[in-house]
Ligand binder design. Structure first.
Ligand SMILES: [Zn+2]
Length: 390
């Protein structure tokens, strides 16, 4: 089956994160089993009572049959040489977008939801594996198809937590226009709730405005953002940890002194900086405000802290992709599944066809030439890493 037909099949299966990914997993499972790969599903029920599945498919090496150890069985963890990782879920699509689930070719581009992010990479993986005589592999290859990437890389985190295998190298699919991305910023999120005391606004002295308090805290957070520019990692654009207050809500009426104000605080940490550095700076800003106003109350709920990652420029997988794609390695500022693969021992690179700037929008597409080239690069990657002396 051609890479384009495979991509059409994948796009036709609606796999937005809110739905179960069982249908697309069944499709991938069948394709993998036809190739003689050993497959295993790792299924769970999410908080909305929807079944979510991670699928791991491995080649049988000559020396050792594949097995899937449980988390308790760390001694027997199956050692993979190369893992190719793609997420099966997509962001939602506008119901008026007629091509969302019908892959459509136009001007050398293939349009559809997930065509770019990240079903193109998965189609390239399947095509690459199908074009190889797997009996020639001397070291195990794993295909890892995850759930819930678009809502926080949740599937890959489960794979990492369960220690399903260890792997020497990982290529994590994401649209990078075939540029190998060897490092990524971390991603953290906190919900901040500042409390005050309600009162009639004609008598503000009887209350305490949560919004004025939040404003003072946010001003300090803006200074923290400024100070973070001192600490630089030159491979990133911008080369420092960035910070954003993206949503703010507070108060209930124009003539009530507001009793509560909530805002979200998000930050993207450069590698080498602790992911809780921003949180600690915000906490000391709160402590300072409490010195000026003993009544200042604020809760910080640190909802998410995804690590940054960095793979050395000397890594064989970085080197290989740099040569194969003829593009020097870069970095990404968005969250990926690479840190989870690093937890499993990998030297990890983010790589795939399509441009992240056209992902997540109506009219998402992947250029056909990049899709084809990705398939042939992945084929060579499998030959480079999984053939030769075991
Ligand atoms: Zn993606």
């Amino acid at each position: 089956m051609t890479v384009q037909q495979t991509l059409a099949d994948l796009v036709a299966i609606d796999s937005v994160s809110a739905r179960s990914n069982a249908e697309i997993i069944s499709y991938l499972e069948k394709r993998c089993q036809k190739l003689g790969l050993a497959t295993q599903r790792f299924s769970h029920i999410d908080e909305n009572a929807v079944e979510k599945i991670n699928l791991v498919a491995v080649t049988a090496s000559r020396s050792k049959a594949p097995s899937f150890p449980t988390s308790q069985d760390s001694d027997g963890a199956f050692q993979i040489e190369l893992a190719l990782v793609g997420h099966t879920d997509t962001v939602p699509y506008d119901p008026n977008w007629a091509e969302a689930l019908t892959l459509t070719a136009r001007d050398g581009k293939l349009f559809g939801r997930g065509a770019c992010d990240t079903k193109a990479f998965i189609a390239a993986v399947l095509t690459a594996v199908e074009s190889i005589d797997l009996t020639n592999l001397t070291k195990p290859l794993a295909l890892v198809f995850t759930c819930d990437e678009e809502i926080g890389c949740l599937g890959a985190k489960r794979v990492a937590d369960a220690k399903l295998f260890t792997t020497r190298y990982a290529i994590v699919g994401e649209p990078t226009s075939l540029q190998p991305m060897r490092a990524g910023k971390g991603y953290s999120l906190a919900q901040v709730t500042v409390r005050g005391r309600e009162a009639h606004s004609a008598y503000p002295q009887l209350g305490a405005s949560a919004i004025f308090r939040a404003a003072r805290l946010i001003e300090k957070i803006e200074s923290i953002a400024e100070s973070l520019k001192q600490d630089q990692h030159s491979d990133f654009d911008p080369p420092y940890t960035t910070l954003n207050v993206g949503v703010i809500n507070g108060g209930s009426a124009k003539n009530i002194v507001p009793g509560e104000c909530r805002f979200t605080l998000e930050w993207r940490t450069i590698p080498g900086q602790a992911s809780d550095r921003v949180l600690n700076l915000v906490r000391s800003a709160v402590a300072k405000l409490q010195q000026e106003d003993a009544d200042f109350t604020c809760e910080i709920d640190a909802a998410r802290a995804d690590d940054s990652f960095e793979t050395s420029t000397d890594s064989a997988v970085v080197d290989f992709l740099e040569d194969a794609a003829r593009k020097s390695p870069g970095t990404v500022a968005f969250g990926t599944e690479a840190p989870s693969m690093i937890t499993l021992g990998a030297e990890a690179v983010v790589f795939g066809p399509g441009d992240i700037r056209v992902a997540h929008r109506t009219g998402e597409f992947v250029p056909m030439d990049e899709l084809n080239e990705c398939g042939s690069i992945l084929k060579r990657a499998i030959e480079r890493f999984c053939m030769g002396p075991a």
